[in-house]
Design a protein around this ligand. Structure first.
Ligand SMILES: NC(=O)c1ccc[n+]([C@@H]2O[C@H](COP(=O)([O-])OP(=O)(O)OC[C@H]3O[C@@H](n4cnc5c(N)ncnc54)[C@H](O)[C@@H]3O)[C@@H](O)[C@H]2O)c1
Length: 378
C-alpha cells in the first residue's frame, strides 16, 4: 500500500469559501492525509475548527511561523511534506517563501502573490530546491479541458487563429453600489488583494487557461478596466485584447458585475480546421465545431478521449465530473509528481503558471493606466 502524503493547510477554515474544496479534493484519490495547520488567525476558532474535522490538536498551530518551527523539530517521516496555502492573497507570498526556504512543497491558491516581483522572488528560491510547487488554477483539472488541450496539441482544430475567454460573475454587483458594504470583502482592499480585484481573481484564471490549452504564450495585451466608482480603487470588470502574434488574436472578458451571472467561464479556441468550446457550468460537454461537419459534443470517460483526459475521471461515462473532481485531479497531479509517476504535461499548474499570472495582472493594470495601450508580456 502506498503511504499517504502528509498535508498541512494554511487558511481554508470553516468560514472560508475554498477550504472545503481542497479538503475534499485532497482525499479523493486516497493520496493525502491532512495532518494539521493554521485554519484561522484566531487560535480558538482555529482549534475549534480543527476539532470539528477530527484533527490532532498538537499539529494545529497559532500561526505559520510556529507551524514551521514545530514541524521542523519532528522526524522527517512524520513532518508535513506539502502545505496548501488557502488564505487571502497577501499572505500567499510570505507563507510560500518561508515554506520553500524550509523545504516544504507548496500547493498555493491563485493569484500566487500580490506582485510580479514577489512571484519572481519565489521562483528564485524554488529553483534552488528540489520541491514541488503547484498553483491551483482549479479549472485546468477538468477532464474535458484536458481533452481540449490534447486535441489542440494534436492539431485537431489546426493552427489557432482566434481565442475568446469569458469569465463572468455577478456577485460584486450588490456590493459595489453600496460604499459601506465594500469593506465587507477583502477582495476590494488592495492591501489584502493586490492591485486588481476582477482581473487578479478571475481574469487570471482565464489567462492561465488560455496558455494551458493552447500551449502558447501571450505576447501582448491591451486592457480596458472598469472601477465603476472614482472612490473604488479596484477593478471589477475588464476587457483585454490578446495577441499571440499579429495573426493570432483574441479577447479575455472578465466581470464581477455581470448582474445575475454565477460562475460563467467559457473557453473558446478557434483554429483553421475547427473550434473547441467549453463552459464551466456544464463542464462535461466539449463542443467540437467545424465548417464541414455537424457539431460534435464530446464527453468524459470514453475510449475516444485522450489518455490525459482518461486518467482524469474516476467513474464510467455518465457520472458528472465537477469542481471538486477538477481540484482533485490537480492534487493527484502533485501526488503523482511527488511519487515520480507524473506522465502528462499539465497534470498540475506550476510555479511558472503562477508567475505568468502575476505578470498578466500587472500588465493588464499597466495597460489600463497608460490609457489603454498595448504592453508586451515577453
Ligand atoms: N481556485 C479557485 O477557483 C478559487 C476559488 C475561490 C478562492 N480562491 C483563492 O483562495 C484564497 C482564499 O479565498 P477564499 O474565498 O476561501 O477566502 P475566505 O476569505 O473565504 O477564506 C480565507 C480563510 O483564510 C483564513 N485566514 C485568514 N488569515 C489567516 C492567517 N493569518 N492564518 C491562517 N488562516 C488565515 C480565514 O480564517 C479563512 O478561513 C484566495 O487567494 C482566493 O483567490 C481560489
Amino acid at each position: 500500500m502506498k503511504s499517504k502524503i502528509r498535508l498541512g493547510i494554511l487558511g481554508g477554515g470553516g468560514d472560508s469559501l475554498i477550504g472545503i474544496v481542497h479538503r475534499i479534493a485532497s482525499s479523493m484519490h486516497d493520496s493525502y492525509s491532512i495532518i494539521g495547520g493554521v485554519f484561522n488567525p484566531d487560535y480558538s476558532e482555529n482549534l475549534k475548527f480543527a476539532k470539528e474535522i477530527g484533527l490532532d490538536e498538537t499539529r494545529v498551530y497559532e500561526d505559520y511561523d510556529k507551524m514551521i518551527e514545530q514541524e521542523l523539530k519532528l522526524d522527517e517521516s512524520e513532518r508535513m511534506q506539502v502545505v496548501s496555502i488557502l488564505t487571502p492573497n497577501f499572505l500567499h507570498y510570505p507563507m510560500a517563501k518561508k515554506l520553500l526556504e524550509n523545504n516544504f512543497s507548496v500547493i498555493c491558491e491563485k493569484p500566487m502573490t500580490t506582485t510580479y516581483k514577489e512571484a519572481q522572488d519565489l521562483e528564485q528560491i524554488y529553483k534552488s530546491k528540489k520541491l514541488t510547487f503547484a498553483v491551483t488554477y482549479t479549472y485546468t483539472g477538468y477532464p474535458m479541458i484536458r481533452q481540449m488541450k490534447e486535441m489542440i496539441r494534436e492539431g485537431v482544430i489546426g493552427n489557432v487563429q482566434r481565442v475568446d475567454l469569458q469569465y463572468y460573475q455577478g456577485w460584486i454587483n450588490p456590493i459595489i453600489h453600496d460604499s459601506d458594504k465594500r469593506s465587507e470583502t477583502w477582495r476590494l482592499q488592495p492591501d489584502k488583494s493586490g492591485i486588481s480585484c476582477c482581473i487578479g481573481d478571475i481574469g487570471t484564471h482565464a489567462f492561465d487557461m488560455l496558455e494551458y490549452v493552447t500551449g502558447m504564450e501571450v505576447q501582448e495585451l491591451l486592457s480596458d478596466l472598469n472601477y465603476v466608482y472614482d472612490d473604488n480603487p479596484m477593478d471589477v470588470d475588464g476587457t483585454i485584447l490578446i495577441r499571440f502574434s499579429d495573426k493570432i488574436k483574441g479577447v479575455i472578458r472578465a466581470s464581477q458585475i455581470a448582474t445575475g451571472e454565477e460562475n460563467c467561464f467559457t473557453v473558446a479556441i478557434y483554429g483553421r480546421k475547427g473550434g473547441l468550446k467549453w463552459q464551466q457550468e456544464n463542464p462535461n460537454y466539449l463542443n467540437h465545431l467545424s465548417d464541414s461537419k455537424p457539431l460534435q459534443i464530446l464527453k468524459p470517460g470514453h475510449d475516444y478521449n485522450s489518455n490525459f483526459s482518461k486518467i482524469s475521471v474516476k467513474l464510467p461515462p455518465g457520472h458528472p465530473e465537477g469542481m471538486f473532481d477538477s481540484m482533485a485531479n490537480i492534487y493527484n497531479g502533485v501526488a503523482r509528481e511527488i511519487r515520480g509517476e507524473k506522465e502528462f504535461d499539465g497534470e498540475y499548474p506550476t510555479l511558472n503558471d503562477g508567475l505568468r499570472g502575476m505578470l498578466f495582472i500587472e500588465k493588464a493594470v499597466e495597460s489600463h493606466n497608460n490609457g489603454n495601450t498595448w504592453v508586451k508580456l515577453n
